[in-house]
Design a protein around this ligand. Structure first.
Ligand code: URA
Length: 230
C-alpha cells in the first residue's frame, strides 16, 4: 500500500497533508523515515509518530453502548460516534455500527470499517442470534413464551410473521428475549403487543459474544476477531 493512501486510509491526514507529515519525519517504514508519498509498505511495518498503525487489517470492535446516544452519523443529540476516538472517524472507509440499537437501549454493539463484514452480519439471511435483557412496566403474560416461539406472531404494519424467538421470563416484569432477525424496535413492539411495554432494554449477546465476558463499562470497547462470526 502507498504511504499516502495508508495515512488517509487509517485516518491520520488527508492526501494533501502527506508531504508535510513526511517532511517532519513523522512516518517511518521498517525504522527509516519515509521520504516519498508513493513508497509502498505493509501497514504493520509503519510507525506514525512512533506508534504502530491502529487496526491495520480493519477495525472490528465490540462496544458497550450507553443509554441516550444514537447510532447515526448525523442526527441531533449525542451520537455513538461522539464517544469514539476522533481518528476512527477519519478512517476511510468510515467506521459504522453493525446494525443499530435504539437511543434508549444499551449494551453490545459491533463497530467496523469493513463494509462486507457489516453487510454480512446485518443480512436478513444470516439470523445471528441476539439476546436482549429487558424489564417491563407490566407483567409479561406466560402465553407470550409460546406466541413468540410460534413463528406466527404478526406485528402491526408487517407483512410477514416474526421468526420464532425464545422468551425466558426471570420475573413477572423481566426476562431475556433471543431474536434471530432485527426489525425496527422489535423487542419493544413484541412486548408491547402482549401488554408489557418495555421499561429498560439491554443487548447482552450477539452470536458468540457475551457482554458479561467482555468486562466493558458503558462507553468502553474491545477489539474482536471477525473470524468468530464466520
Ligand atoms: N429491539 C428494540 O426494540 N430496540 C433495540 O434497540 C433493539 C431491538
Amino acid at each position: 500500500m502507498r504511504i499516502d493512501a495508508l495515512l488517509s486510509r487509517f485516518g491520520y491526514c488527508s492526501r494533501r497533508e502527506v508531504a508535510q507529515w513526511l517532511k517532519r519525519g513523522r512516518v517511518t517504514h521498517l525504522g527509516e523515515p519515509v521520504k516519498a508519498a508513493n513508497e509502498k509498505a505493509e501497514p504493520e511495518d509503519v510507525l506514525v509518530d512512533g506508534a504502530p498503525v491502529e487496526f491495520p487489517r480493519g477495525l472490528y470492535v465490540a462496544f458497550n453502548k450507553p443509554l441516550g446516544c444514537t447510532c447515526s452519523h448525523k442526527e441531533a443529540g449525542e451520537l455513538v460516534y461522539d464517544l469514539l476516538p476522533a481518528q476512527w472517524l477519519r478512517r476511510n472507509p468510515v467506521v459504522n455500527t453493525v446494525g443499530r440499537l435504539d437511543k434508549d437501549t444499551s449494551g453490545l454493539l459491533l463497530l467496523t470499517d469493513d463494509g462486507a463484514f457489516e453487510h454480512a452480519q446485518t443480512s436478513p439471511k444470516r439470523h445471528v442470534p441476539k439476546v436482549y435483557a429487558f424489564t417491563t412496566a407490566a407483567p409479561v403474560p406466560g402465553e407470550a413464551v409460546a406466541l413468540f416461539a410460534s413463528g406466527e406472531m404478526m406485528l402491526q404494519g408487517e407483512r410477514t410473521p416474526c421468526l420464532p424467538a425464545e422468551l425466558v421470563l426471570t420475573g413477572a416484569c423481566s426476562g431475556r428475549l433471543t431474536l434471530h432477525e432485527g426489525r425496527y424496535h422489535q423487542v419493544r413492539r413484541m412486548l408491547a403487543a402482549v401488554g408489557a411495554p418495555v421499561e429498560t432494554l439491554e443487548r447482552i449477546e450477539i452470536g458468540p459474544l457475551r457482554l458479561q465476558d467482555l468486562n466493558l463499562q458503558p462507553g468502553e470497547w474491545v477489539e474482536i476477531d471477525p473470524a468468530m462470526f464466520a
